[in-house]
Design a protein around this ligand. Structure first.
Ligand code: A3P
Length: 306
């Protein structure tokens, strides 16, 4: 248990270290219940991220991709136009086990689309051992940190004022961030994606921004639902990307004015959606501090964060 001084809070006045990662107290019960009760199916698709890596975007993309026959994009009430992606692809540990209740999966059609922020070693055993697919989305830690800074200040549930950016960076560099240390989270999934590329696909937010078509096709191939030549000719790839773009999703009524079933306002998941926003916030000192830790932690891994 780490008690955070007021000005250093991350959503709450203290956080737990559980199985080597950091977690907000209100989420611990859900994590334990999910580890004990969740039974994976071989056909499950589980999306994994460290918070603020672009989870909302990935959920939208995978939902649109996997359901492209069931829900054509011409439909005015396409689920993505009237729901926040987090309500379509729930977190294993945050939503389904509220109050320790065993979730009812009977309404989920196969393949079930689920997500998690859990580190690899803390995934429910059945997820680690069944043939389900894991899609991991990674993002430059500098942008994650800035996104997290805004997110936690927006969502503060206790009246504790605003987090100081320098103090939050200090904690982040010490590994204290939600589901962090960030580098352990990334490196564990990165290694698994190399060891077992059929089970874990490792995507980068920056590459998805730069080459969205290539990355979406990679995702489709990995999930066993590649685009046919006819689909490519008829522009389905582009339709999915447009439907899930930051501009489209963030301007939908549902994402501007409504709340998630877990209580958060939908709009907190859409801020700028850009690569490199950290440059607008970091001082030289902050840049050097984070560069140093990134270099130290990712050295020799083959992962580069420009
Ligand atoms: P910024 O705060 O940098 O804008 P998560 O979904 O994991 O909580 O991550 C949120 C981050 O993803 C936010 O980053 C948010 O703006 C961005 N984001 C949300 N939807 C997006 C989309 N459709 N395309 C690209 N980025 C998106």
């Amino acid at each position: 248990l780490l008690t955070l001084p007021k000005e250093r809070g991350w959503l709450a006045s203290h956080i737990y270290n559980y199985q080597g990662f950091w977690i907000a107290p209100r989420h611990l019960q859900g994590v334990i219940a999910c580890q004990q009760q969740f039974q994976a199916q071989d056909s499950d698709i589980i999306l994994v991220t460290s918070p603020k890596s672009g989870t909302t975007w990935l959920k939208a993309l995978v939902f649109a991709l996997v359901n492209r026959i069931r829900f054509p994009f011409s439909e005015q009430n396409h689920p993505l136009l009237v729901n926040n992606p987090h309500d379509l692809v729930p977190f294993l540990e945050l939503k389904l086990y509220i109050d320790g209740q065993v979730p009812n999966f009977s309404s989920f059609t196969s393949p079930r689309l689920l997500s998690t922020h859990l580190p690899y070693g803390s995934l429910p055993k059945s997820v680690q051992h069944s043939k389900n697919k894991l899609v991991y989305l990674c993002r430059n830690p500098r942008d994650i940190f800035i996104s997290l800074f805004h997110f936690t200040n927006n969502l503060r549930i206790e009246n504790m004022g605003t987090n100081s950016i320098e103090e939050m960076l200090d904690l982040f560099c010490k590994g204290v961030s939600l589901y962090g240390p960030f580098w352990n989270h990334v490196l564990d999934y990165w290694k698994k994606s190399i060891e077992n590329p059929k089970k874990v696909l490792f995507l980068m937010y920056e590459e998805m921004k730069e080459q969205p078509e290539i990355q979406l096709k990679r995702l489709a191939e990995f999930l066993g639902c590649s685009f046919s030549i006819e689909e490519e000719k008829s522009g389905v790839v582009d339709e999915i990307l447009k439907m899930c773009s930051f501009e489209n999703l963030s301007n939908l009524e549902v994402n501007k004015n409504e709340k998630l079933s877990t209580g958060e306002e939908n709009k907190v998941f859409f801020r700028r959606g850009k690569v490199g926003d950290w440059k607008n916030y970091f001082t030289l000192e902050m840049t050097e501090k984070l560069n140093h830790i990134i270099e130290q932690k990712f050295q020799g891994s083959g992962l580069l964060f420009e």
